[in-house]
Design a protein around this ligand. Sequence first.
Ligand code: SF4
Length: 235
Amino acid sequence: MAETETETAPGAQLFIPPRADTLDALRVAAAGCRGCELHQDASQTVFGRGDESARVVLVGEQPGDMEDQKGLPFVGPAGRLLRQAVDDAGLDPGHIYLTNAVKHFRFELRGKRRIHQTPDRVHIVACRPWLVAEFAKLSPDVVVVLGATAAKALLGPAFRVTKQRGELLPWPDAAQYPEHFRRVPVDSAGTVADAPRASLLATIHPSAVLRADNRDVAYEGLVADLTVAARALAA
Ligand code: SF4
């Protein structure tokens, strides 16, 4: 595992097939991504999963230890907590899509334990093309950004989750590069159309709830934010 922060990375763009028509095609291609050094130590790429026609898309930080082993996002303790919060907020868990800003697990070894390391900006930037490609295949009504890393990936480094959490923002106008999300491909011939209108809502990552001194209060805050998304769907 690299000890020092990598300054540059080739980025995922090189690995995205020009005519990947479906999320499955993207998922297959992402398995071979070498867009940054994180693939070297992680077990596998962990791509998004869920309903392609989901009205709610949730974006987290990166896969954790269990996700890395299973190849699926949000299957560890934070994922379990998130599913409970989704349920408690009144969102339909069968109609959501879950993904991460960074698709490989970043960690450091302490003995035999793999300890989570927050992705650096270089990893967020390198992996961002996968997120943009996923959104080109999705048409959510609400995008929920979970925590600071996902917020940086989509909204830029200046966005502060603590200041604007639970607030419905216009999407893609709120995105750092809104042009990436305004026109989306609709077929493999390269035809594009206006992206469907969607709102964006930022909240804390479920792992922050697990780490909180007062877990109950933190959990209630997460549920309250997700309830804003649920109400937006019902409006
Ligand atoms: S973290 Fe993203 S950019 Fe880096 S190798 Fe994995 S999929 Fe590619």
